[in-house]
Design a protein around this ligand. Structure first.
Ligand code: NAD
Length: 491
């Protein structure tokens, strides 16, 4: 075993931004698919092991495996979503039969599909599409590429989509899907083949009037363009133009909508504006921190800048950074774009560990990464006035209780991050009508929809004396209940 200092390890920079790496022991390097090096010493990233494993996948990002696993540990999001459903049902004496229907997903598809890798080997991957409910319109929901994707996570996210579309009053149901993989383990060419083969495996289980995917974690407009192209290749030539709305979040040139890239972050900021008005809170000069600096987090940050608010701490998969004098979101986006999308090593902020980030005194916290981040363990650490949930399911029920006891407001996910699906609906409409709306039109319509939903949640919270998450569920579920009662149960 060779004893080495971290500075001697080529390529270690992103992961070595934490201050607590001690003298470490080189354990092994495995060339080929990935190189992996284990170190002895306390890793302030994962905070759980004295031996930490850092992995460099084919495409070359060093990261800490245990950190990734720890921060995405399953406390079963699906259980949390059903718990919240039960809680809401009790609060409003909701119809028990309809609750039985909504507590289950309608259709669940698991596909195992082979894809040829660049080195000629074949890898079999697992993909999911879960359709929770389509009483209000076609199934709608994102596709996530992540190692922790499994059937329960997809069930939970599909269910949240049903509540979200019902809450913001758009004619869609709820679905979600994904592939269990880490995109960093694959080349762009392999990712394209994976995406296309997955789309082919889904076959007619998706469709422009039936089930419409969109981007989510680790998927983007390019991936949507591959899905579109693959799907269109499977329909007769004369039907192709009529099927462009099979997927939303497409690149503009391929039928995407202006404003869809920033839509979720824009919706987050619109809801924060409403919260600030309600609470007489000045956003100019207000401080905030963000977890997750991808599509949602980075857009929310850039749009908060327009209010003169100050970003003082950020975390992503590569680590956390802070600067009490402020981090310029545009500059950080530029830096990340040249650093494989990661914030680590950003020279105008200092690296901090995750716990320090959570303890940072700020006005707002925008979780915009993954689920189950605010829990009984982490909620007591937060020193903020409001949590604006850009991510889906970032707070578990225990975390919710702690936040409530501590008087920290929550703008719940199904309201706060609904901007994405709202503008996806606009994209779908534009495709169907062969229209192109300008950005002002998209933003104006988004603003009206989300403010309207915000007001309904606020009024419902007052009427029932409920917390905001329960109020949002009440609005959504009441709409579902009305529809089921009007239509009855066949036969
Ligand atoms: P993204 O892939 O663009 O970005 C995810 C970000 O989270 C990245 O910066 C990544 O480094 C970071 N991250 C991942 N794991 C982390 C960890 N363990 N700790 C800290 N940071 C971590 O994804 P996105 O589209 O921005 O989605 C983020 C969240 O917002 C998800 O919960 C998603 O479901 C939700 N959401 C997205 C949209 C959308 O339109 N993209 C819409 C509604 C909700």
């Amino acid at each position: 075993m060779n004893e080495i200092r971290k500075e001697n390890v080529k390529g270690l920079k992103p992961i070595a931004t934490t201050k607590d790496w001690k003298l470490l022991y080189f354990q092994h390097g495995r060339p080929g698919l990935e190189e992996s090096i284990s170190y002895k010493g306390l890793c302030s990233h994962c905070e759980i092991r004295d031996i930490c494993s850092i992995v460099k996948p084919k495409t070359g990002i060093w990261r800490c495996r245990y950190y990734q696993a720890r921060t995405t540990q399953k406390t079963n999001l699906y259980e949390n979503v059903i718990k919240q459903l039960d809680h809401t049902v009790e609060a409003i004496h909701f119809d028990k039969d309809i609750c039985e229907i909504l507590a289950r997903t309608m259709n669940e598809l698991v596909v195992h599909f082979p894809v040829r890798m660049d080195d000629g080997r074949v890898k079999v991957l697992t993909g999911y599409r879960v359709q929770h409910n389509n009483a209000l319109g076609p199934f709608k929901g994102g596709l996530r590429f992540h190692p922790m994707v499994d059937i329960d996570e997809v069930r939970a996210l599909a269910t949240l989509m049903t509540w979200k579309t019902a809450l913001v009053n758009i004619p869609f149901g709820g679905a979600k899907g994904g592939i269990q993989l880490d995109p960093a383990d694959f080349t762009p060419e392999e990712l394209e083949r994976i995406t296309r083969r997955f789309t082919f495996a889904l076959g007619n289980n998706i469709g422009p009037e039936y089930d419409i995917p969109a981007p989510d974690v680790n998927t983007n407009p390019q991936i949507m363009a591959w899905i579109l192209d693959t799907y269109l290749s499977t329909v007769p030539p004369h039907d192709r133009q009529a099927c462009v709305h099979v997927v939303t979040g497409k690149p503009i040139e391929s039928g995407g909508s202006l404003g869809r890239d920033k839509a979720t972050g824009q919706g987050v900021v619109f809801t924060i504006e409403e919260w600030a008005k309600d609470n007489d809170y000045e956003l100019r000069g207000a401080t905030y921190m963000i977890q997750g600096f991808g599509n949602v987090g980075s857009w929310a940050a850039r749009l908060m800048k327009q209010h003169g608010s100050k970003l003082i701490a950020v975390e992503d998969i590569s680590g956390a950074i802070s600067n009490p004098d402020g981090i310029d979101p545009d500059n950080l986006v530029e830096y990340a774009s040249k650093n494989k999308g990661l914030i680590s090593g950003y020279p105008k902020a200092k690296p901090i560990d995750r716990k320090t980030l959570l303890q940072t005194q700020a006005d707002l916290f925008i979780p915009a990464a993954l689920e189950n981040q605010i829990t009984a363990d982490t909620a007591p650490l937060l020193n903020v006035k409001v949590v604006a949930e850009g991510a889906n399911g970032p707070t578990d029920p225990d975390g919710d209780r702690v936040l409530e006891q501590r008087g920290i407001d929550v703008i719940p996910d199904i309201l706060c991050n609904a901007g994405g699906v709202i503008v996806s609906y606009f994209e779908w409409l534009q495709n169907k009508r062969s229209e192109l709306w300008d950005l002002n039109e998209v933003d104006g319509k988004l603003h009206r929809k989300i403010v309207n939903a915000y007001e309904r949640v606020r009024n419902t919270a007052k009427k029932y004396g409920a917390d905001w998450r329960t109020a949002a569920y009440i609005v959504a579920l009441s709409r579902m209940e009305t529809v089921y009662k009007e239509r009855g149960i066949f036969p």
